[in-house]
Structure formats: structure tokens, C-alpha cells
Write a protein that binds this ligand. Structure first.
Ligand code: AMP
Ligand code: GLY
Length: 424
């Protein structure tokens, strides 16, 4: 099979790495890819949002399967465009991807399906927003309805902060994405990411994982795309997994199907494990980045076989198998990220990485014989171990030998892993 992967980050490198291990696969393309992906796939100079260009490429090159990494093309309808031309593609339709593309609609579905989530209101004008915030009080969480590249959520601790966030969003800071705003209760607890393969009717959860969104140790500083992740989460036990499947994942898939938007692909539930049980913070319509990196390193199955079962509606035939132990991913990022940062800095030490470590490239490019930085998140250094400590120790050894000017990474990935369940 010839496979096309769409995207250019660490998640896509991990997808390409895993797909390359499938005996079903003869050739991999990646659009646009990065310097690490280029070792495993032919990189194609097409951007992830260039849906027409990607359709043409897949047709001209007889791609048997296309796998989409990022949310933007899914929400824009890349799956519908491929299917209209008879091309096989892994991911939800535009209608189903609205579970991430519209937070207001996602909330409606959750309400309808009685999925536990924070209490909320949707507003589209300042007077209503002010009234809600005054009556509700703080803290309150302010969310732009549409896609905002991870910057559309403000957890406001006081009224002024909440009002200024709403004003910015309704004022057009995120374009159309912010013209409707979800206001919701702040939830307390531990965050866990639970991803599941879905074939429209069946749900097959992956291991649990935990992201680290803040840029600095101790969960301080601004939110990022994710500074590291590990899997599985020790306190996410079988009972919790069962509860999440029964109260969140299965009802979501049923509700989407009933809404005439069957969900096919990976559904990502961002959860808060509160004292009252797991509640949904958000749904995403794709693999998480960086959660995909440790998860795919732990997955034993042939990913392509699993994806074909998803697309053919026979997920009940699949049993996910996992390597024992844990995997951890430490993200090395450029200085200044998530603000402005330099590009084009020489990356050294890649050849000295200890055996067993996978260095998934995110923002990198090739410059002659050299690899240089080309993004905020540069590399996702990922390792497996019998214990989480072993996985982390190995990943951190590699993180230290790789270097580029101003390299920054969190030294405390996994620090919340051994927090007791907030319910105990
Ligand atoms: P989201 O993009 O919806 O995942 O939000 C980004 C981050 O904001 C989440 O990972 C949480 O840390 C935080 N967040 C979102 N919604 C809430 C909420 N209702 N209560 C507390 N924190 C939240
Ligand atoms: N790691 C968070 C996300 O992929 O949305």
C-alpha cells in the first residue's frame, strides 16, 4: 500500500514511524513533513490546508490510504473531499469533526447525551457575556467556539480577566472562531487525555496519557501545544477506564451517529478527573500532539491494520496490544516559545542519542547536510521503559545530548503521575 500522511509535526513523525513498520506498506509520502520524516517518507511540498492539492496528489500517486494529523484540514472537510473522489482517508468527516471545530456544538452534543462536563452558556454578544459573568461569578473559563490554535481558552480568576477575554474574542482576535464564546465552570482535578479509535459505532480506547501544557516546570507560564507527555497514567485504573467508556466515549459516539454525523477516526477526550468523576474539558478530532508519540511507541498492533478496520466498520475484530511499561516524550523547544522564537539554528548531537530512544521531529528542516530548527516545538524525545522513571531517565539522557542555541525543555515531565487519584 502507498500511504500519504498529512501534517508536519511530532505527531506526524510518530505516525509515519509507526506506519513504516507495517508489512502492508510499500511507500509513504508526507505533506509537507519535516527533516526527520524525510528519513522515512518522501516529503511533498503541499501544506496540510491545501485540500485540493492533496486530493490531486493522492490520485496521481495512487495513494491507497491517507492519514490526517492536524485538526484544521479535518474541520475544513478534507475527508469529504477525498471521499468524493473515491479516495480512502482516515479521519472524521467535516460534520463529525465539528466536535472539535465548534466548542458550542460539542457542548450541545454532551448535553443531549448526558455526558458529564462543566456547566456552560454560549454567548455571541458582550451584554449577555457581562450578565452571565456577573451573575455566575468567578472563576469562569472563556473559550472561543472555533479553532484558535490552542490559544482560545482563558481560565479567568477574576471578572476583569474574564471580560477582557470575551471582549477580545468577540472583537475578532480569532476571526470567526471567536464570534461565539462558551463560558463554563472551572473544573478542578487531574487532567488525562483518552484517545479512542471509532468506526462510527464501536469505540476502542487507547491507553491513557497526560500532556503538560504549560511551558515551565511546575505547570507555570503560558500554555503551549504541549511540552511533553507520558503513557499510561498510573491513577487511571481499570475502573476509571470503564467509567469513561460508559459515560463519555460510547455516549458521544452514539450521539454523533444519531445526529447523522457518524464518527470515524480517532476521538480525543480531554478529561478532568474531578472528585465527582471524570468530566469532559474538550473533544478533539485527531491524535494528540505530543500524546501520540508515547502512545504509538507503546502500541504493538500494526497501525495500518487498525486504521483499515476503523474505515471498514469492523473495529470489534481488533484487540489493542501494548508493550508493557511506560513511554515518555520530552519536547525540546526553541527559546521564547510559545511567543516569538528564532528559526534556522543548527541542531547537534542527534547521532549521539542512546539506543532505544526515538527522536520525533516537530519543527525541523534540512539545510544542506545539516538539520536546523524550524518551529517552536523542535523535537519530541521519546523512550520506553519498564517503569515511568526508566522511560523518563532514558528520554532525558537523550534530551541532554541533543543541542541547539537556547534549547528549552521541562525537567519535570511525569511529575503528576504518582498523584493519588483525586477521588481517593
Ligand atoms: P482546551 O483547549 O479546551 O483543552 O483547554 C486548554 C486547557 O485549559 C485545558 O487543558 C485545561 O487545562 C484548561 N481548561 C479548559 N477547560 C477548563 C475547565 N472547564 N476547567 C478548568 N480548566 C480548563
Ligand atoms: N496535546 C493536546 C492536543 O493535541 O490538543
Amino acid at each position: 500500500m502507498k500511504v500519504l500522511v498529512v501534517g508536519s509535526g511530532g505527531r506526524e513523525h510518530a505516525l509515519v514511524w509507526k506506519i513504516a513498520q507495517s508489512p502492508l506498506v510499500t511507500e509513504i509520502f508526507c505533506a509537507p513533513g519535516n527533516a526527520g520524516i524525510a528519513n522515512l517518507a518522501s516529503c511533498v511540498p503541499l501544506e496540510a490546508h491545501d485540500i485540493e492539492g492533496l486530493v490531486d496528489f493522492a490520485r496521481q500517486n495512487d495513494c491507497d490510504l491517507t492519514v490526517v494529523g492536524p485538526e484544521a484540514p479535518l474541520v475544513a472537510g478534507i475527508v469529504d473531499a477525498f471521499k468524493a473522489k473515491g479516495l480512502r482517508i482516515f479521519g472524521p468527516s467535516r460534520a463529525a469533526a465539528a466536535i472539535e471545530g465548534s466548542k458550542a456544538w460539542a457542548k450541545e452534543i454532551m448535553l443531549k447525551a448526558k455526558i458529564p462536563t462543566a456547566k456552560f452558556a454560549v454567548v455571541d454578544n458582550l451584554p449577555d457575556a457581562k450578565k452571565y459573568i456577573r451573575e455566575h461569578g468567578v472563576p469562569v473559563v472563556v473559550k472561543a467556539d472555533g479553532l484558535a490554535a490552542g490559544k482560545g481558552v482563558v481560565v479567568a480568576e477574576d471578572e476583569a480577566e474574564a471580560l477582557s477575554a470575551v471582549e477580545e474574542m468577540l472583537g475578532g482576535r480569532f476571526g470567526e472562531a471567536g464570534l461565539r464564546v462558551v463560558l463554563e465552570d472551572k473544573l478542578e482535578g487531574e487532567e488525562v487525555s483518552v484517545l479512542a479509535f471509532c468506526d462510527g459505532k464501536n469505540v476502542l480506547p487507547l491507553l491513557s496519557s497526560q500532556d503538560h501544557k504549560r511551558v515551565f516546570d511546575g505547570d507555570r507560564g503560558p500554555n503551549t501545544g504541549g511540552m511533553g507527555a507520558y503513557a499510561p497514567v498510573p491513577f487511571y485504573d481499570a475502573g476509571l477506564a470503564e467509567e469513561v467508556k460508559n459515560t463519555i466515549l460510547s455516549p458521544a459516539i452514539r450521539a454523533l451517529a444519531e445526529a447523522g454525523r457518524p464518527y470515524v477516526g480517532v476521538l480525543y477526550a480531554g478529561l478532568m478527573i474531578t472528585p465527582e468523576g471524570p468530566k469532559v474539558l474538550e473533544f478533539n478530532c485527531r491524535f494528540g500532539d505530543p500524546e501520540a508519540q508515547p502512545l504509538l511507541m507503546l502500541l504493538k498492533n500494526d497501525l495500518v491494520e487498525v486504521m483499515l478496520a476503523v474505515l471498514e466498520g469492523r473495529l470489534e475484530e481488533i484487540n489493542l496490544e501494548w508493550y508493557p511499561g511506560f513511554a515518555a516524550c520530552v519536547v525540546l523547544c526553541a527559546p521564547g516559545y510559545p511567543g516569538a522564537y528564532p528559526k534556522g539554528e543548527l541542531i547537534s548531537g542527534l547521532e549521539r542519542v542512546p539506543e532505544g530512544v526515538e527522536v520525533f521531529h516537530a519543527g525541523t528542516a534540512r539545510k544542506g547536510e545539516k538539520i536546523v530548527t524550524n518551529g517552536g516545538r523542535v523535537l519530541g524525545v521519546t523512550a520506553r521503559g519498564a517503569t515511568l522513571e526508566e522511560a523518563l531517565a532514558l528520554a532525558y539522557r537523550a534530551a541532554e545530548v541533543i543541542d541547539f542555541p537556547g534549547k528549552h525543555y521541562r525537567r519535570d515531565i511525569g511529575w503528576r503521575a504518582y498523584n493519588l487519584s483525586p477521588r481517593s
